[in-house]
Design a protein around this ligand. Structure first.
Ligand SMILES: Nc1ncnc2c1ncn2[C@@H]1O[C@H](COP(=O)(O)OP(=O)(O)OP(=O)(O)O)[C@@H](O)[C@H]1O
Length: 935
């Protein structure tokens, strides 16, 4: 001790002795009872636990890291030495908060995880933000590249050709029809006889219609031929004839008259007409009205030359160039593209977490799905709004009239509504995908297809305002179509220099309020549909809800985090013996009976203890079954499995490939729902209360379920927060976990840069963080190098005494070192169970004799079979032979003597004998129990 800084302190101290070392600030009693190791430079003082002297802190209130660090130590000579605390596992374990569901902690954990993940995906994010910039740049380029339309000054009268001519200069037949009885003969209204010349139709004279007043364009007509009026019997006939005439004669304009009422009251000199002039061209309607007015005027004044002329003049404007603006309905699909490509990211992000089982692993850490979706909505919406703001800012800089002429709030509200709806829609369609690749391709196709087809659709609607509301709403149910239509209406409003669509105009607009409403309604509909389908649509992983789950109490309890009384549930479950309801391998009753009868005493005893009503075991499998549909029929992966694991126990599941180990763990953690039986974990059953089970679970899956872009530290921070750890305590625990699995140096690297073994160790650390009371480890050391493997075993052993662990492994040494009890399973059913030593004794595992010779011609095999007739050659490599020797046939002293004496004769260079291990027990138990069952 004196060698080390000349400190006069013993290497092992009791707490009372340590108190005498005069901790300057505070009382040693402030420390947690588990504090067991303090490091002083290189000296390690082991402090015996003396909990009687210590105050135990309230474990519900997390300790800060300061309370875990000891105060400075004042040594005798007055020098101050700071002591760095290595926080012991017990300290951390005891000081960790409970894992009960906490909305805000889960929300924060997930939100911070999403930020960490997105930060590391900066390339995708930059691309996302650049999409609108790129689009606007392309639009801007097209605008710049297109020559502007020039308008010269028209303040002064401008002589231009007449904008339209009616009727055409060819002979025109004007169909007319008398529609009602209220047609009074006003001088043979419709008489077309040349003699009478009384009817007003005869006044449709065209010879004097040309008029030009320099300031205006006349609506008047140039007419070279008289009209020829033809009365038709009904409207349908008139319509069809007109159409055919039009086709035949290729006339540009046609006119037809529907005469409802023409009356003249000579007493009051009132002249009433109710006539409809039909024309195939809107622009010519002014001319037709002029023509009609003149006809009546001439008829009424009896002056065939009486003429009034209606003129039209363009609104005066200064000469100017109008640059191209991508605002026309035919071109504005760019605005749709701009805000739509982020949909690919929304869909692929959630499908990525589904495909890689990350969502399931988060659920296993206690995450409630409504928080998961809430965070995803908020987070994706934030990403979307960043894109929107970048686009708006850029478009303002380039002075895009869509933005500069429309009030900000009008398009901003539209973008917000579209963002909400697009996210809900993305999540809705994500339910139907289980592969990121497929979802990405389909999303891209969807965006391009809707942009192009909605362009056509919207133009059709704009040109045909009589479209029924049902058609309008039905097509608008596709969010992108509704949004695009709203964009088109906004674009239409500022064609030319007119001001954009204001709120005042929107409320008077026929379609815009419906479109805003549609988008908001779609957000609600898709969000509800998505949440419902997510809960009930079967997928490869996860337990799905009953279609009417929302009518059941547990759903509302879980939603609001109300704890279900577990004792009640437990009681209910214990009354059921699931073995009778569990499906048997052959679905055959007689086989089931036989199975029960041949059940070995050890497995029967194990089953009884799992079912025992006073069992205190933290994990209890009660005739658990899982059946898959395979190509060649049902696969009974887990078959009536019953065993229990108590606190402080690590139980090993051992069996050949495909024996059902992984499936058992996957059912226990809720990745698959059981096909029969049940299991109680920490008092909650996995069928009805899997959410409650998750809050006490730590799982290390067979495959590493990790975010490739996140670092090891970020993973541990996320899962730590999920277990309600925060602040300095979280950092301390994450540091410790990283140190335990030897990842401190690579803690900031993205997981995709980790080796297989490093990922495995990280998965293990994740399963242990927060000290869950139940830990499920599926081959935790596969791919881990021998050196690290031993450290992992130490970690498992150090956690064992305060939780219940199930571990699957193919490594018999691992099972021997870490497991208190071993369950050997084959084809999903329990073959034998017990402590490793007991199993070895029970299966009479003998010895393994290994001999190496220097001479190929050696007669060693004959010698061994003569010496040990029951020995079996199990393998032979080069000059080395290995024999299995039954325990009964072996007398160590005689064999030792015989081999030593004949060493030279048989050229023996090396030999050894050792007790056979668990491996042989596994082979033996699987063989024996399987053959006894099949008897
Ligand atoms: N999703 C699935 N669909 C169909 N069959 C499955 C599925 N998962 C597992 N199985 C089958 O269930 C049986 C048990 O598989 P499981 O993965 O549990 O074995 P295991 O003991 O963990 O094997 P290993 O030691 O190789 O990991 C196997 O026959 C396997 O083919």
């Amino acid at each position: 001790m004196d060698n080390n800084n000349n400190l006069n302190v013993p290497q092992e101290l009791s707490l009372s002795e340590l108190e005498e070392l005069k901790f300057k600030s505070g009382d040693l009693k402030e420390f947690d009872k588990g504090l067991s190791t303090l490091e002083l430079d290189e000296l390690v003082f082991n402090i015996k636990n003396d909990s009687s002297n210590l105050k135990i802190p309230n474990t519900n209130e997390p300790l800060s890291s300061e309370s875990l660090s000891p105060p400075p130590l004042i040594i005798d000579d007055g020098r101050k030495i700071s002591i760095e605390s290595t926080v012991s596992e017990n300290t951390i374990f005891e000081s960790q908060p409970t894992h009960s569901y906490n909305f805000f902690n889960q929300f924060k954990a997930l939100f911070l995880k999403s930020i960490a993940y997105q930060k590391r995906q900066y390339k995708t994010n930059i691309f996302q933000a650049l999409v609108p910039v790129l689009m606007i740049s392309i639009m801007s380029f097209v605008q710049l590249a297109t020559p502007p339309t020039s308008y010269s000054d028209n303040v002064e009268p401008v002589v231009l050709p007449l904008p339209f001519v009616f009727p055409p200069t060819i002979n025109t037949t004007v169909p007319y029809i008398l529609l009602s009885d209220q047609v009074y003969d006003i001088g043979d209204c419709c008489s077309l006889t040349q003699d009478s010349k009384k009817g007003f139709l005869n006044y449709f004279s065209t010879s004097n219609q040309v008029s030009f007043i320099p300031d205006y364009y006349s609506i008047g007509m140039i007419q070279t031929q008289d009209f020829e009026f033809v009365e038709y019997p009904d409207k349908e006939y008139m319509d069809s004839t007109s159409y055919s005439q039009r086709d035949k004669r290729e006339e540009e304009f046609l006119m037809a008259l529907l005469i409802n009422q023409v009356s003249l009251d000579p007493t009051t000199s009132s002249f009433k007409t109710n006539m409809v002039a039909l024309s195939n061209n809107t622009l010519s309607s002014g001319s037709i009205i002029n023509l009609l007015n003149n006809a009546f005027l001439r008829y009424y004044t009896s002056n065939p030359n009486y003429t009034i002329t209606t003129n039209i003049k363009e609104f005066p404007y200064k000469a100017h160039n109008e640059p191209k603006d991508m605002i026309q309905p035919q071109e504005n699909f760019w605005y749709l593209f701009m805000m739509s490509f982020c949909m690919v990211v929304f869909v692929s992000n959630v499908v990525y977490e589904k495909e890689n089982r990350l969502r399931e692993i988060m659920k296993m850490s206690g995450l409630r799905m409504h928080i998961y979706w809430l965070v995803n909505y908020i987070f994706n919406f934030s990403l979307y709004m960043i894109i929107v703001l970048v686009a708006i800012a850029y478009a303002y800089i380039l002075k895009f009239r869509f933005y500069t002429q429309t009030p900000f709030s009008v398009f901003f509200v539209l973008f917000v509504l579209f963002g909400m709806t697009q996210i809900a829609f993305s999540f809705f369609i994500s339910v139907f995908f289980s592969s990121v690749y497929t979802s990405t391709v389909v999303s891209f196709i969807y965006i391009i297809f809707t942009a192009l087809s909605s362009n056509l659709l919207n133009n059709a609607f704009i040109e045909n305002p009589d479209t029924s509301l049902a058609t309008f709403v039905l097509t608008g149910l596709i969010p992108h179509v509704a949004y695009h239509r709203a964009i088109s209406y906004i674009s239409l409003e500022y064609v030319g220099n007119s001001p954009g669509l204001t709120w005042e105009k929107i409320f008077q607009h026929e379609e815009m309020p419906t479109l805003y409403g549609l988008l908001f309604g779609e957000f609600l509909i898709f969000a509800i549909l998505h949440l419902y389908l997510e809960a009930v649509v079967p997928s490869a992983y996860g337990v799905k809800e009953h279609p009417l789950f929302f009518l059941k109490k547990p759903f509302w309890f879980n939603l609001f985090g109300i704890k279900i009384l577990k004792q009640q549930e437990e009681k209910k479950l214990e009354t059921v013996d699931y073995s009778s309801s569990a499906p048997s391998p052959a679905n055959d009753e007689s086989t089931t009976i036989e199975m029960v009868e041949v059940m070995a005493p050890d497995t029967r005893e194990e089953k009884n203890s799992a079912y025992a009503s006073d069992s205190k075991a933290l994990i209890r499998l009660l005739s658990l079954c899982k059946t898959f549909d395979g190509h060649s029929g049902k696969i009974h992966a887990v078959d009536n499995l019953s065993f229990s694991v108590e606190k402080g126990q690590c139980v090993g599941l051992i069996g050949a490939n495909g024996s059902g180990k992984t499936t058992t763990l996957n059912v226990l953690c809720g990745l698959y729902s059981p096909s029969g039986g049940n299991a109680l974990i920490n008092g909650y059953d996995i069928v009805n209360n899997i959410h409650m089970v998750h809050s006490s679970l730590g799982v290390c899956n067979q495959e590493d379920v990790l975010w490739s872009e996140m670092s090891g530290r970020e993973h541990l921070q996320f899962f730590g927060r999920m277990k309600n750890l925060k602040g300095d305590l979280l950092s301390v625990i994450v540091d410790k976990a990283l140190a335990e699995v030897m990842l401190t140096d690579s803690q900031h690297k993205a997981v995709r840069e980790y080796s297989g073994g490093m990922k495995r160790r990280l998965s293990l650390a994740i399963s242990l963080i927060g000290s869950p009371s139940i830990i499920l480890l599926d081959e935790p050391t596969t791919g881990v190098d021998p050196f690290s493997r031993r450290i992992v075993w130490d970690v498992i052993n150090s956690y064992k005494n305060r939780c219940a662990i199930i571990l699957t492994t193919h490594n018999m040494e691992e099972a021997q070192i870490t497991c208190d009890k071993v369950c050997i399973i084959n084809k999903g059913s329990l073959k034998t169970v017990g402590r490793t030593q007991d199993l070895k004794a029970r299966y009479g595992a003998g010895y393994t004799l290994s001999i190496t010779t220097t001479n190929k011609e050696s007669q060693i095999h004959e010698f061994i079979t003569r010496l040990l007739p029951e020995a079996k050659l199990i393998h032979e490599i080069s000059l080395n032979k290995t024999y299995a020797v039954p325990r009964s046939s072996l007398r160590l002293s005689s064999i030792f003597k015989a081999i030593q004496e004949n060493k030279n004769l048989f050229s023996i260079s090396d030999w050894g004998i050792c007790q056979s291990g668990l491996e042989e027990v596994l082979l033996q138990a699987t063989k024996e129990r399987t053959s006894s069952k099949s008897l």
